[in-house]
Structures are given as structure tokens and as C-alpha cells.
Write a protein that binds this ligand. Structure first.
Ligand code: ATP
Length: 243
């Protein structure tokens, strides 16, 4: 589904953040990317929807080289790829429903988007997405009235409203307390299992990564140290990653 082929990313002539990364992501997987701060986790995730472009190598999504797409083709590909950030990225003064509807903007013509005109189907999808993340009752609440965990679930609902094939999540529980983090990770798991959507998530907490992910990619200094089924990963692998 997504193929990363010998990718290097260099920011402003510094040491490369990624150095020859090659791996494939498959349909329906729950993959965790782990490693020290600065190992390149965010950079890797951002290359998967061209928020960051490789300096060398290629990222192929559904058979298409991301670096060779027209504006429209990139927009179409990005519709199928949700992105969840550590800091939620919601509009605090807007309602939960309005925030989730933003996920539908990729399906509107630009004029319609500008005037905020949504179809009935958009509202239905937004409501379904909120039900899926367990926030059906908060639909008219203002964003800034929610707890951190609830905000992150609204952010997930927003990506669900996009009807994605894959959700990328960059440290989605790093700003949350343990309980809220668990609810958010349970939500991702449910989405993977019930909706068949692939989840690719950066995590600095190895315990969480081991508990939820089917496969773990260990990044160290911009290179892949291991890429294995979670149950095959030893304590030594983990120690080597953080040494
Ligand atoms: N926009 C940028 N401009 C310049 N350097 C950057 C930029 N983004 C990341 N870097 C550098 O690239 C390297 C990898 O960073 P990246 O954020 O991908 O790692 P990470 O594993 O996600 O770390 P963290 O968990 O701290 O975010 C680091 O050395 C970082 O300083």
C-alpha cells in the first residue's frame, strides 16, 4: 500500500534525518515506529503523505510516486491518508461537529469549501465518526470545553470523516495522561479491527507500542535498526535501540 524506497531526508544541509530507509506498509496493519527523540520518526511519517519530500529515494502510495504527482493527484491521495498530531490541531472556538466536518473539505470544490457548504452525507459521516470514537454526545460542544483525550478523539474522528485507508499518528498520546492515552490507543485499535484502516503510529513509550502494535519499526539515527512482528522483538532489540 505504501512503499518507502531508500529514502534520505536532509534538512538544510544538516546530517540526514533519514538515511536510506526502505520498508513497506500493508493494508490493515497496526505499525508502531519507535526510537529515541531525533531518530527520525516524525520525518518518516511526514514523508508518507509528502508533508516532507525525500532528498533521495521514493515513496510510492497505491502505485504512485508521491514526488511525481500533480496538485490534484496529491490531493486525491492525501484524502485517503489521515494525519493525527500530538497537539490535536483542533479549532478550539468551533464545535466538535464543525471540527470533524473539516475532514470532509478534501471532498469539496474549493468554492464550496470556502463557504462551508456541506452535504447531508458529510454530516452523516461526521456523526458516524464521532460515534466510532465514543463522542456522539459531544457533537455540539465547543472544542475548548473538551479534555485532552476527548480532543484527540475528535481529531481522530476528523480523519475518519475523510474515509481514509490509513491513519498516520505522530505521538498521539504524548500529551495525555495514562488513562486518556489508553482510551485513545483503544480507539485506534477499534478502528483498525472494525474498519480495516491501517494505523501507523510514532510512539516514544515502548510499553504502549508493544501492547497495541502488530509490528514495530525501530529507528536509530535515521536508519532502521529492526522491523519485525512485535512478538518477535526481544528486550535486547529494545535496549539496542535506546542505548
Ligand atoms: N523542520 C526541520 N528543520 C530542520 N531539522 C529538522 C526539522 N525537523 C526535524 N529536524 C531534525 O531531524 C532529525 C530527526 O527529527 P524527527 O523529528 O524526525 O525525529 P523524531 O524521532 O520524531 O524525534 P521527536 O520524537 O523528538 O520528534 C533531528 O535531528 C531534528 O532536529
Amino acid at each position: 500500500m505504501i512503499s518507502v524506497q531508500d529514502v534520505y531526508v536532509t534538512y538544510e544541509k544538516r546530517t540526514p534525518a533519514l538515511r536510506g530507509v526502505t520498508l513497506d506498509f500493508h493494508e490493515g496493519e497496526f505499525v508502531g515506529v519507535i526510537g529515541l527523540s531525533g531518530s527520525g520518526k516524525s520525518t518518516l511519517l511526514k514523508t508518507l503523505n509528502r508533508l516532507v519530500s525525500p532528498s533521495e529515494g521514493r515513496v510510492i502510495v497505491e502505485g504512485k510516486d508521491l514526488s511525481r504527482l500533480s496538485f490534484k493527484e496529491l490531493r486525491d491521495i492525501r484524502r485517503g491518508i489521515g494525519f493525527v498530531f500530538q497537539e490535536f490541531n483542533l479549532v478550539d472556538r468551533s464545535s466538535v461537529l464543525e471540527n470533524v466536518l473539516i475532514g470532509r473539505l478534501g471532498y469539496q470544490s474549493s468554492v464550496k469549501s470556502f463557504f462551508g457548504i456541506f452535504k447531508e452525507g458529510d454530516y452523516r459521516l461526521a456523526e458516524e465518526a464521532l460515534e466510532t470514537v465514543g463522542l456522539g454526545e459531544k457533537i455540539f460542544e465547543r472544542g475548548d470545553r473538551l479534555s485532552g483525550g476527548q480532543k484527540q478523539r475528535v481529531a481522530i474522528a476528523k480523519t475518519l470523516a475523510q474515509e481514509p485507508r490509513v491513519i498516520l499518528a505522530d505521538e498521539p498520546v504524548a500529551s495525555l495522561d495514562q488513562n486518556s492515552g489508553k482510551v485513545v490507543m483503544d480507539t485506534f485499535k477499534r478502528i483498525q479491527e472494525k474498519h480495516g484502516i491501517s494505523i501507523i503510529v510514532n510512539l516514544h513509550d515502548v510499553k504502549i507500542a508493544r501492547a497495541y502494535c502488530d509490528r514495530l519499526v525501530g529507528l536509530k539515527d535515521g536508519k532502521i535498526l529492526f522491523d519485525q512482528r512485535t512478538k518477535e522483538i526481544s528486550d535486547e532489540d529494545i535496549t539496542g535501540l535506546y542505548r
